[in-house]
Design a protein around this ligand. Sequence first.
Ligand code: ZN
Length: 151
Amino acid sequence: MEKKRLGESEKPLDGGAKPEALSRISSFHAHIYYDPSATRAKAERLRELVAERFLVRNGSWHDVPVGPHPSAMFQISFAKDVFPKIVPWLMLNRLGLTILVHPNTDRPRDDHLNHALWMGRVLELDASRLPQTDAPEPPLEPNTEPRISPE
Ligand code: ZN
C-alpha cells in the first residue's frame, strides 16, 4: 500500500522547519455552501445578516459547483482585521450551513487543503482545481455598508 505523502505544509514543525509568517496572508475567504433546492433561502439570510454587520465583499452566487468547490456556494472576502469578529460570529450564526474559511496567500492548494477551517460538515474539495501557486488575490474591495454592531 502506498503511504500517503504529506503535503509541504503538513510536515510537522521540528527543529529544522521554519514557521510560516502571518504576513503571507493577504486576506481571508469564507465560502458559504448551500443546497439550491433546500437551503438557498438560509444562505440569502446569512448573506444579508453579514452585510449588515461586517465590511466585506459578498461574492457572486454560484448555484452550481465551481472550481474546487463540490456544492453551490457564495464567497465572502474579508480583511485580516475582520477575522476576529466575523469568524466567531459565523460560528454562532451559520444557520446550519457548512462554511469553509481559508487564508489567501499565493498558494491556493495549501490555503484550501492544509490551512483551512470548517464549520459543519467537511466537504471534499477537488484538489486538481487548486494550483500550488498563483498570483496574489486582487486588493479587497468591500461591497457592504455595515450599520449593526455584531456585539
Ligand atoms: Zn476561496
